[in-house]
Design a protein around this ligand. Sequence first.
Ligand SMILES: [Zn+2]
Ligand SMILES: [Zn+2]
Length: 145
Amino acid sequence: MENEQPVHGSHEWLQQEIAPHLKRYEIACQCGCGFAELTPTMLEKWYQLRTGYGSPIHISSGCRCKARNDATPGASATSLHVLGDALDVWVDIHFERLYAVALEVFADSAVGFYPAHPPERLHNRLHVDNRPRYVRWTNYWNGNT
Ligand SMILES: [Zn+2]
Ligand SMILES: [Zn+2]
Protein backbone atom coordinates (compact mmCIF):
# COMPACT_ATOMS: atom_id res chain seq x y z
CA MET A 1 0.00 0.00 0.00
CA GLU A 2 2.80 2.44 0.87
CA ASN A 3 4.27 2.00 -2.57
CA GLU A 4 1.05 2.92 -4.30
CA GLN A 5 1.27 6.54 -5.39
CA PRO A 6 -2.12 8.19 -5.87
CA VAL A 7 -2.79 9.72 -9.26
CA HIS A 8 -1.58 13.33 -9.53
CA GLY A 9 -4.52 15.67 -8.96
CA SER A 10 -6.81 12.96 -7.60
CA HIS A 11 -8.74 13.28 -4.37
CA GLU A 12 -6.35 10.80 -2.69
CA TRP A 13 -3.36 12.79 -3.90
CA LEU A 14 -4.77 16.04 -2.52
CA GLN A 15 -5.48 14.33 0.81
CA GLN A 16 -1.93 12.97 1.10
CA GLU A 17 -0.09 13.99 4.25
CA ILE A 18 3.18 15.42 2.93
CA ALA A 19 4.45 16.35 6.41
CA PRO A 20 3.01 16.09 9.91
CA HIS A 21 -0.23 18.11 10.09
CA LEU A 22 0.07 19.08 6.46
CA LYS A 23 -2.06 17.74 3.65
CA ARG A 24 -1.23 18.43 0.07
CA TYR A 25 -4.42 20.37 -0.69
CA GLU A 26 -3.40 22.96 1.90
CA ILE A 27 -0.38 24.02 -0.16
CA ALA A 28 -1.74 23.36 -3.65
CA CYS A 29 -1.74 26.24 -6.12
CA GLN A 30 -5.16 27.81 -5.88
CA CYS A 31 -5.62 28.05 -9.64
CA GLY A 32 -6.09 24.29 -9.77
CA CYS A 33 -3.06 23.64 -12.00
CA GLY A 34 -1.84 20.81 -9.75
CA PHE A 35 1.38 22.44 -8.53
CA ALA A 36 1.62 21.21 -4.94
CA GLU A 37 5.21 20.37 -3.97
CA LEU A 38 7.16 22.03 -1.19
CA THR A 39 10.95 21.90 -1.08
CA PRO A 40 12.51 19.47 1.42
CA THR A 41 13.77 22.49 3.38
CA MET A 42 10.28 23.96 3.64
CA LEU A 43 8.81 20.60 4.68
CA GLU A 44 11.36 20.46 7.49
CA LYS A 45 10.77 24.10 8.48
CA TRP A 46 7.02 23.50 8.46
CA TYR A 47 7.53 20.68 10.91
CA GLN A 48 9.60 22.92 13.19
CA LEU A 49 7.08 25.74 12.95
CA ARG A 50 4.07 23.52 13.58
CA THR A 51 5.77 21.69 16.45
CA GLY A 52 7.04 24.89 18.05
CA TYR A 53 3.66 26.56 17.81
CA GLY A 54 1.81 23.46 18.94
CA SER A 55 -1.65 24.21 17.52
CA PRO A 56 -3.25 24.18 14.07
CA ILE A 57 -1.73 26.57 11.52
CA HIS A 58 -3.73 27.62 8.47
CA ILE A 59 -2.04 28.22 5.15
CA SER A 60 -3.49 31.01 3.01
CA SER A 61 -0.96 30.49 0.23
CA GLY A 62 1.65 27.82 -0.45
CA CYS A 63 2.58 26.92 -4.00
CA ARG A 64 1.82 29.34 -6.82
CA CYS A 65 2.43 28.72 -10.48
CA LYS A 66 3.82 31.69 -12.41
CA ALA A 67 0.37 32.68 -13.71
CA ARG A 68 -1.17 32.58 -10.27
CA ASN A 69 1.71 34.53 -8.77
CA ASP A 70 1.45 37.19 -11.47
CA ALA A 71 -2.27 37.48 -10.67
CA THR A 72 -1.68 37.84 -6.91
CA PRO A 73 -1.86 41.47 -5.73
CA GLY A 74 1.38 42.53 -4.06
CA ALA A 75 3.27 39.36 -5.00
CA SER A 76 6.89 39.72 -6.01
CA ALA A 77 7.83 38.44 -9.47
CA THR A 78 10.63 36.48 -7.79
CA SER A 79 8.41 35.13 -5.03
CA LEU A 80 9.57 31.80 -3.64
CA HIS A 81 5.95 30.64 -3.66
CA VAL A 82 6.67 29.86 -7.32
CA LEU A 83 9.30 27.32 -6.19
CA GLY A 84 7.28 25.82 -3.34
CA ASP A 85 9.71 27.41 -0.91
CA ALA A 86 7.39 29.93 0.79
CA LEU A 87 4.25 29.83 2.91
CA ASP A 88 1.71 32.40 4.04
CA VAL A 89 0.25 31.33 7.37
CA TRP A 90 -2.29 32.46 9.96
CA VAL A 91 -3.73 31.11 13.19
CA ASP A 92 -6.94 31.38 15.21
CA ILE A 93 -5.20 32.13 18.51
CA HIS A 94 -1.83 33.16 19.96
CA PHE A 95 -0.49 34.87 16.87
CA GLU A 96 2.41 36.29 18.94
CA ARG A 97 3.59 32.76 19.66
CA LEU A 98 3.49 31.81 16.00
CA TYR A 99 5.45 34.96 15.16
CA ALA A 100 8.08 34.20 17.81
CA VAL A 101 8.54 30.63 16.60
CA ALA A 102 8.71 31.75 12.97
CA LEU A 103 11.48 34.23 13.80
CA GLU A 104 13.48 31.34 15.27
CA VAL A 105 12.76 28.74 12.62
CA PHE A 106 13.50 31.18 9.80
CA ALA A 107 16.32 32.88 11.71
CA ASP A 108 18.60 33.01 8.64
CA SER A 109 15.92 33.59 6.02
CA ALA A 110 12.69 35.53 5.58
CA VAL A 111 9.74 36.43 7.79
CA GLY A 112 7.24 39.08 6.69
CA PHE A 113 4.40 40.34 8.86
CA TYR A 114 1.09 41.35 7.33
CA PRO A 115 -1.21 42.91 9.90
CA ALA A 116 -4.91 42.24 9.74
CA HIS A 117 -6.42 44.76 7.38
CA PRO A 118 -10.16 44.90 8.00
CA PRO A 119 -12.58 44.36 6.55
CA GLU A 120 -11.02 42.33 3.79
CA ARG A 121 -8.50 40.50 5.98
CA LEU A 122 -9.54 39.16 9.36
CA HIS A 123 -6.26 37.76 10.64
CA ASN A 124 -2.65 38.75 11.00
CA ARG A 125 -0.59 36.76 8.58
CA LEU A 126 3.04 35.79 8.16
CA HIS A 127 4.99 35.11 5.00
CA VAL A 128 7.98 32.82 5.50
CA ASP A 129 10.47 31.63 2.92
CA ASN A 130 13.91 30.07 2.65
CA ARG A 131 15.89 32.69 0.75
CA PRO A 132 19.54 32.41 1.84
CA ARG A 133 19.67 35.69 3.72
CA TYR A 134 18.11 37.39 6.72
CA VAL A 135 15.09 39.49 5.80
CA ARG A 136 12.31 40.91 7.97
CA TRP A 137 9.49 43.19 6.98
CA THR A 138 6.36 44.49 8.62
CA ASN A 139 5.09 46.78 5.92
CA TYR A 140 1.97 45.52 4.25
CA TRP A 141 2.69 47.49 1.09
CA ASN A 142 6.17 46.11 0.69
CA GLY A 143 5.06 43.39 -1.67
CA ASN A 144 6.57 39.91 -1.39
CA THR A 145 3.27 38.53 -0.21
ZN1 LIG B 1 -1.45 27.27 -10.64
ZN1 LIG C 1 3.88 34.82 0.84
